[in-house]
Design a protein around this ligand. Structure first.
Ligand SMILES: [Zn+2]
Length: 133
């Protein structure tokens, strides 16, 4: 399952960072997920909770920001965001689930995905272990 391997990889990466920085408890993790990863944010959050058990990430909050994908259209030559700004506002409400890779200018399906497959851990909020405890 795509979401499970993603959840495990987030937990492993953050655990490594936490251990290297004397972090006893991770509070919040902000991740950016490209639209064309087709990851379901709700499912990812659920699996993250399971994967983070018995780690410094237990009970931390996973904040997911979906970033729009980028397309190049072979028909009209358009290169840019896969959806118009107006659609992005709507799509954010729907968390961009199930969006197809059609050109926003001419509606052609003859497109190439040029961005939006990334997954970035943006930042982490954590409690650092104090000296002498
Ligand atoms: Zn086009």
């Amino acid at each position: 399952m795509h979401e499970l391997s993603t959840a495990v990889s987030i937990v492993e990466t953050v655990t490594r960072v936490a251990e290297a920085n004397n972090v006893k408890k991770v509070l919040e993790i902000n991740v950016e997920i490209g639209q064309f990863t087709f990851i379901n944010p709700e499912q990812l959050k659920f699996l993250f909770e399971i994967a983070s058990d018995n780690t410094p990430l237990k009970n931390s909050k996973l904040n997911i920001l979906t970033v729009p994908g980028k397309l190049h259209c072979n028909d009209c030559g358009y290169s840019g965001d896969a959806i118009s700004e107006e659609d992005q506002k709507k799509a954010h409400l729907l968390q961009l689930v199930g969006f197809s890779a059609k050109c926003p200018r001419c509606n052609s399906s003859n497109t190439e995905i040029i961005g939006g497959r990334e997954l970035n851990i943006k930042n982490i909020k954590a409690e650092v272990e104090e000296e002498g405890q």
